[in-house]
Design a protein around this ligand. Sequence first.
Ligand code: FA5
Ligand code: MG
Length: 436
Amino acid sequence: VRCTARAYSAPVKSLTVDGKTYPSDEWTNIPPFILDLIQRKLHKNPDHPIGILHDLVKKSMNGMGYTIYDEFHPIVTKFQNFDVLGFPEDHPGRSKSDTYYFNKEHLLRTHTSAHEHECFQDCKTPGYLITADVYRKDEIDRTHYPAFHQLEGARYWSRLEPNYLEKIQQDIDSIPKTNIIVEDPFRDQPITENNPKQTYMTPEEVRLVATHLKKTIEYLVNQVFENARESAKKAGSTEPYLNEPLKVRWVEAYFPWTGPSWEIEVWWKGEWLECCGCGIVQRQVLLNSQLGEDKISWAFGIGLDRIAMLLFGIPDIRLFWSLDERFHKQFKRGEISTFAPYSKYPGVKRDVSFWLPSESTLHCNDVMEIVRSHAGDMAESVEVVDEFVHPKTGRKSQCYRINYQSMERNLTNQEINVIHGNVENDLTTRFDVEIR
Ligand code: FA5
Ligand code: MG
């Protein structure tokens, strides 16, 4: 049994970040190790894979009319992250088990779209790009981490401009051509029953804006992967995929603030990889940003971490957050290099067995959350290894096995004893178990 983190109210009165204090309430669910990540700003580090990828995208879009925003603070309001984008009240993304809340009004952004509203208000050019760290409550394993990075883009046109349809067509024609193979059943017929257009737009407007959107993303994806191939070839790799054209496909998608909406997937080493969600921005979002009745716009959001894992050959998403010199010395600004793995430090397994009180609500996720609150990234995994009911007393017993492992060093028995002792204490005081 692999466990995922789950919400619990941190027993603190308030949390202070960068000089601002957020009073706690029944929504507060941010563990300290997440707070530490806010300061890291990996996308701003030019010698880190995430920063190198970010710079490559910025360079590819240079001179095309996009204002760059990469300084937004990760703490946003519920309004910015959900309400202004038209998320329904019962959308699962709003729940405490998906999102890190400081309190009922403030949270860690779950996507870069949280800044669309202010960028539409602020931006003086025809488009913008936002890069930022984003946070979602999630399990931790090789491809999932509760913090990752997104790059958002948007572009708009005014229908009041004379010949604006021709202008969009010209903008389409000015996007550099690529050799990639595109599978897109929706290119000529972007409007389908599952993916309707907004009533205020004409089919021709939808077709043109969608074409500009998709060509822009295809261009970007091509730039990124072509760069990766170039450096792999330079490094002497002869893998056959280096000579095959890049293949992508478009699928229909749903996002509350766009319509129609799509996702692009990239064929990479035998798998379709989900890279980016996008669509034509809902009119209400533009009106909320006082952008005027006359605007039509697209937006996209690319996930950077999984692409960086592929480009740099990084086998575990946790490595991005490592402080180990052996990781960092392998990457240099402007270069896509292939990661050379170094030996993993051995893990330390510890069991904890206990009797549960009757009517106990203890869940595997609660144990994971407690372990993580004491061990941070050293919590490699937590699993239930034994469970039984005493035949005479009817009491239930459980045994959990915790693997403590550091990516950076050998752990000493002494430090594991302290952490494991704290875990046992928390289990006893919070869930009333009796350690066996
Ligand atoms: C969004 O977050 C939307 N904001 C994207 C968008 C923007 C749509 C603008 C329309 C207009 P989604 O949850 O699918 O969508 O995430 C977008 C990308 O982030 C995914 O394609 C994926 O590449 C990446 N991503 C999502 N979850 C994770 C995760 N747990 N770990 C790493 N990358 C992730
Ligand atoms: Mg998605």
